[in-house]
Design a protein around this ligand. Structure first.
Ligand code: IMP
Ligand code: MG
Length: 506
C-alpha cells in the first residue's frame, strides 16, 4: 500500500484532523519529505513560523525542489488542496515571487495558495541590518542565514513592522515604511559606510536597487519594487487565521513547522537561535489556532546523527571546535590543521571524528538548502531529544536512517558529564563532574557538557527498500527500542530514503 494511503488510514482510524510537524532538533531533519507525504492526506497545509531562512527540500520522481516560503504541500494535487503562509511567517515578497515563478516554470499551479494578511514583511532594511551585524561581529556570532529574519521579528515586537495587508493599501504602506526607516537611519550610521554600501549592492539586495547614498534605503525604490511584487500575489492575501479556525476539526489540516525546537527563540539554545518560536505552541499561534486544536503533533528527529548550521553549542559534534570552525569558515578552500583537508581519506568508519564527520556530511548531503554552508555533524543526542519533546511531541518520526547504513559502530549519547564551573540553573546547582540526563539549554551549561555514549554495532545492509517495521534488521530495531526507552518517546515512523514512498509507518 502507498505510504500516503497508509497514513490516511491511520489518521482516519484515530480520528485525527489537525496534524502538526515539528522539528525536534536544529532544523534540517528532513521534515520537508514527511510534510510532503502527509500533504497527500491534508486538505489544508499551513506554515506558521520562520521565513525564507528555512529551506525545505522535496524530491519527487528524481526532481528536487527547494522551497523557502511556500508550504511543501503545493506539489500535490494542485486543485484540491489549500496552501497557507500563516501570520507567524516572515514574508519576503521577493522570495515568494521567485517561488511562484519556479512553480509556473515547472507547469505547477498555485491556485490555492493564500497568504496571511497579518504576516510581517521582510523589507530591504531588515536584510541589510542582518548582514551588517553578522559580518561585523566576531565572537558570539549567530551565523544567521542573512535573510533579515531577526530584524523583522524585532520590528514586529517593537511595533514598527509592516504586514502583507499594507501591500493592499499604498498610503498605509508608505506611511509605515517612512516611520520604519526613520528609525533605521541611526542604526545604519553605526556601521562603516563602505561596508553598508557593499551590503546594499549585494545580490540579496538586488545589486543596489534600494541604495540611496544619503538615506541608505530609498523609500521610492521600495515602494516601486514592492508594488511590483505585490501584483504577483495580492489576490492571495486573506484572513487565513479565520479560515483555519473555521476549518479546524472539520477539514484535514497539516501544520508545517520550520527550523526546530532547539532553534526556538523561547526554548532553544539562546542566543544561538532564530527569532521565531518554532515549538509546537509557536506553530499553532503562527496560523491562528489554539494548541489544543492539534490532535496529532509529530516530532521529527534525524537519526542516528544530527546537524546544526551556524554557531552555538553542540555537545556531540564530531571533531568538536575544529569541525565548527571548518564548517563556518567562509573560505571556499577550507583548511584544517594547516592543510587542505584530505577528503579522500574521509570514511564513515574513520576513528578520527573530524574525518568521520566529513564522510557523514557527504553521505547525508548535509549542506544548507538556504545558504549552501556545510552543516556541523554530530551523534544523536538523547538528553536534547528528551528536552525538545516537551515543546514538540513525544510521538516522533526518525529520518535519514539510511545514511548510516554502512556504519560499523553507531554511537548514541544517552547522558552528559558536566565539566564546567559550578553554575546555578533555575532551582538547581550543577557541579563539575555531575551527570546530566536531560539537557539544560542554558548555553553556559550545555556548552560545558561532554557526551556519554552507548555504542551499538551497525546493521550494515541496505534498508532503503524496506517498508515494514518488522523487516528492519534486528540491530536497528534494538537501537530504536533503546531510544524509546531512554528518551521516553514513541517512534511512529521511520524514513529510509528521500523519496515519498521510502517510509515505514508503525
Ligand atoms: P536566522 O534564522 O537567519 O536569524 O539564523 C539564526 C540561526 O538559525 C542560525 O544559526 C541559522 O543557521 C539557524 N537557522 C535558521 N533557519 C534554519 C533552518 O532552516 N535550518 C537550519 N538552521 C537554521
Ligand atoms: Mg532546511
Amino acid at each position: 500500500m502507498k505510504a500516503s494511503k497508509q497514513i490516511e488510514n491511520l489518521l482516519e482510524v484515530k480520528g485525527r484532523k489537525t496534524v502538526a510537524v515539528v522539528d525536534l532538533q536544529w532544523g534540517d531533519v528532513g521534515k520537508g519529505k514527511i510534510v510532503d507525504m502527509l500533504a497527500g492526506w491534508a486538505d489544508i497545509i499551513a506554515r506558521g513560523t520562520g521565513g525564507a531562512n528555512a529551506g525545505h527540500t522535496i524530491e519527487i520522481s528524481r526532481k528536487t525542489y527547494v522551497f523557502h516560503l511556500i508550504p511543501a504541500g503545493i506539489l500535490w494535487d494542485e486543485y484540491s488542496k489549500m496552501n497557507i503562509i500563516g501570520n507567524g511567517v516572515a514574508l519576503d515578497p521577493r522570495i515568494l515571487s521567485d517561488e511562484l515563478e519556479l512553480l509556473r516554470a515547472n507547469g505547477k499551479s498555485y491556485n490555492n495558495l493564500l497568504i496571511a494578511y497579518n504576516a510581517h514583511l521582510v523589507l530591504p532594511q531588515h536584510i541589510a541590518l542582518d548582514r551588517l551585524r553578522e559580518n561585523g561581529a566576531g565572537v558570539g556570532k549567530i551565523g544567521t542565514t542573512g535573510r533579515g529574519i531577526g530584524p523583522v521579528y524585532e520590528d514586529h515586537v517593537a511595533r514598527l513592522g509592516l504586514t502583507a495587508n499594507d501591500l493592499l493599501n499604498v498610503d498605509s504602506f508608505i506611511r509605515k515604511l517612512r516611520r520604519n526607516l526613520s528609525e533605521k537611519i541611526s542604526r545604519f550610521a553605526r556601521f562603516d559606510p563602505d561596508h553598508v554600501r557593499e551590503v546594499m549592492f549585494s545580490d540579496a539586495l538586488e545589486g543596489g536597487i534600494y541604495y540611496d547614498p544619503k538615506e541608505i534605503i530609498s523609500v521610492d525604490a521600495v515602494i516601486n519594487r514592492y508594488g511590483q511584487f505585490a501584483k504577483n500575489f495580492s489576490e492571495m492575501i486573506w484572513d487565513t487565521d479565520a479560515l483555519l479556525q473555521r476549518n479546524a476539526g472539520i477539514k484535514n489540516i497539516l501544520l508545517e513547522g520550520a527550523q526546530g525546537v532547539l532553534l526556538s527563540v523561547d526554548y532553544g539554545t539562546y542566543p544561538f537561535v532564530t527569532s521565531s518560536d518554532c515549538s509546537l505552541a509557536g506553530l499553532a499561534k503562527g496560523v491562528g489556532l489554539r494548541t489544543d486544536s492539534i490532535d496529532y503533533p509529530l516530532g521529527i528527529a534525524k537519526a542516528f546523527y544530527m546537524t546544526r548550521v551556524g554557531g552555538g553549542p553542540f555537545p556531540t559534534e564530531m571533531g568538536g571546535q575544529a569541525s565548527e570552525d571548518w564548517c563556518n569558515s567562509a573560505d571556499a578552500n577550507k583548511v584544517h590543521e594547516g592543510k587542505k583537508y584530505p577528503f579522500a581519506l574521509a570514511s564513515i568508519q574513520s576513528s578520527d571524528p573530524f574525518l568521520q564527520g566529513i564522510a557523514i556530511r557527504k553521505a547525508g548531503n548535509e549542506y544548507g538548502a538556504t545558504t549552501g554552508r556545510p552543516r556541523r555533524v554530530g551523534w544523536f543526542d538523547l538528553p536534547l531529544l528528551r528536552y525538545a519533546t516537551k515543546f514538540g511531541s513525544k510521538r516522533i518520526a526518525l529520518t535519514k536512517l539510511d545514511v548510516l547504513s554502512e556504519c560499523e559502530t553507531i554511537k548514541i549519547c544517552h547522558a552528559y558529564s558536566y565539566v564546567g564551573p559550578t553554575r546555578r540553573v533555575a532551582e538547581k546547582t550543577i557541579l563539575g563532574g555531575e551527570r546530566v540526563d536531560e539537557a539544560m539549554v542554558y548555553t553556559d551549561v550545555i556548552g560545558h557538557c561532554v557526551p556519554r555514549y552507548a555504542e551499538f554495532s551497525g546493521w550494515q545492509c541496505d534498508i532503503s527498500g524496506i517498508r515494514k517495521y518488522s523487516d528492519l534488521p534486528k540491530k536497528l530495531i534494538n537501537i530504536v527500542n533503546y531510544i524509546e526507552g531512554i528518551a521516553n518517546v514513541i517512534v511512529d515512523m521511520i524514513s529510509v530514503g528521500p523519496d515519498r514512498e521510502q517510509i515505514i509507518i508503525r
